[in-house]
Design a protein around this ligand. Structure first.
Ligand code: 1CP
Length: 341
């Protein structure tokens, strides 16, 4: 068992800097495309054997130090009673957006073992197959709410912010339900065997720091406080585009803070205090020539030394256009350069 990543999450010394990439299983891999050619995305998410296979692919091919459960942040939202579709090239769609009191009342807080048994079964299968730690995950309530309120992806988040500003009571009622659902969902993942949990707040960065502290962070704090009651698995909180939110994020309760590429790790370390940092290579830096890519990686490793601990990652998910051989170069560079240092 390679427990380097787990040790780094706990703030222990490691022989080298562990590395994994957000969205490391997925469309940039021909091995993933081969499976997706046969089943839809939702069918894939609900098939534990196939989910296990695509989770293992990047770990086997590139030697990542952690695996992340293959699923999607919106799977438990479907379990709340919503219709969810994935449209080719458009991403997730909720045909009936949640914008009224009646719609919020209709949502159920699902029992994970009953409604998403395939996720928990995937975790159990993976724990038997893996030689590196397994990361479970969820979306953060604010990020999840944007999909429900907008009816899918968004650029300006007008409907979400309109609800926050004009109907804060309704917004709070919705977020409370999503928070309860997410809390149970992550607890079930820990019980099934997830060894680390990451909360993705992909759209946190669209909020002002003032609104983030009132309308996003408290729900994350509640989930983490619930988790701390029942498990000691390390918790990673990733607030994307969150350089201006970092000081607030210190109070999330997470052990590790994920960072995008907009702030160097050494500066982040000064703001983040006693936290381990995860990040923060620009995903498009994977398109650099080998030597340049290695230079960027060396720089991030050097900057990361100023943090309490460092886990190497991208600053956001890997892009589908990324050449797999560049991923190989990056993982090897992190391992080698961090050993020398
Ligand atoms: O066509 C396909 O094969 C579907 C593409 C795809 C994949 C491979 C989607 C649709 N989701 C996923 C897997 C996925 N999603 C993982 C797998 C595990 C891994 O990391 O290897 C994870 C962790 C997620 C999480 C996720 N889904 C996030 C948070 C992370 C992030 O990138 O910010 C978000 C925002 C989603 C929503 C989503 N699901 C899929 C798409 C295309 C999107 C984003 C749409 C948008 O931009 O709003």
């Amino acid at each position: 068992m390679n427990d380097t990543f787990l040790r780094a999450c706990r703030g222990e010394q490691t022989d080298y800097t562990p590395v994994w990439f957000m969205r490391q299983a997925g469309r940039y891999l021909p091995e993933y495309q081969a499976i997706r050619g046969k089943v839809s995305f939702l069918e894939l998410c609900k098939n534990p054997e196939l989910c296990t296979e695509v989770t293992l692919q990047p770990v086997d091919i590139f030697g990542f130090d952690a695996a992340i459960l293959f699923s999607d942040i919106l799977i438990p939202m479907e379990a709340m009673g919503l219709k969810l579709e994935f449209h080719e090239n458009r991403g997730p769609v909720f045909p009936d957006p949640v914008r009224t009191e009646a719609a919020v009342k209709q949502l159920i807080v699902p029992e994970p073992e009953e409604t998403v048994p395939f996720v928990l079964e995937t975790i159990r299968l993976l724990r038997r197959a893996l030689k590196v730690p397994l990361i479970g995950f969820s979306g953060a309530p604010f990020t999840l709410a944007t999909y429900l309120i907008e009816g899918g992806s968004s650029k300006v988040f007008l409907e979400t912010k309109r609800m926050i500003y004009q109907e804060p009571t309704l917004y709070h009622a919705l977020l409370e339900k999503i928070t309860r659902c997410t809390s149970l969902y992550l607890q079930a993942q820990a019980r099934a065997g997830a060894q680390v949990l990451q909360i993705f707040d992909s759209w946190a960065g669209v909020l002002t720091p003032y609104d983030f502290e009132r309308f996003a962070l408290p729900y994350v704090q509640a989930i983490i406080a619930d988790l701390r009651q029942m498990t000691d698995v390390p918790i990673i909180y990733f607030a994307n585009n969150g350089a201006t939110l970092l000081e607030s994020c210190k109070t999330s309760g997470a052990d590790v803070l994920g960072l995008d590429w907009r702030l160097p790790l050494n500066k982040a370390a000064r703001l983040a205090g006693n936290h381990i940092l995860q990040g923060n290579l620009d995903p498009i830096a994977l398109f650099l020539p080998k030597e340049e890519l290695e230079k960027r990686i060396a720089l991030i490793l050097a900057e990361g030394k100023e943090a309490k601990g460092h886990i190497f990652n991208l600053g956001h998910g890997i892009l589908p256009q990324t050449p797999p051989e560049q991923v190989k170069i990056a993982v090897e560079a992190v391992h080698q350069l961090s050993q020398q240092a």
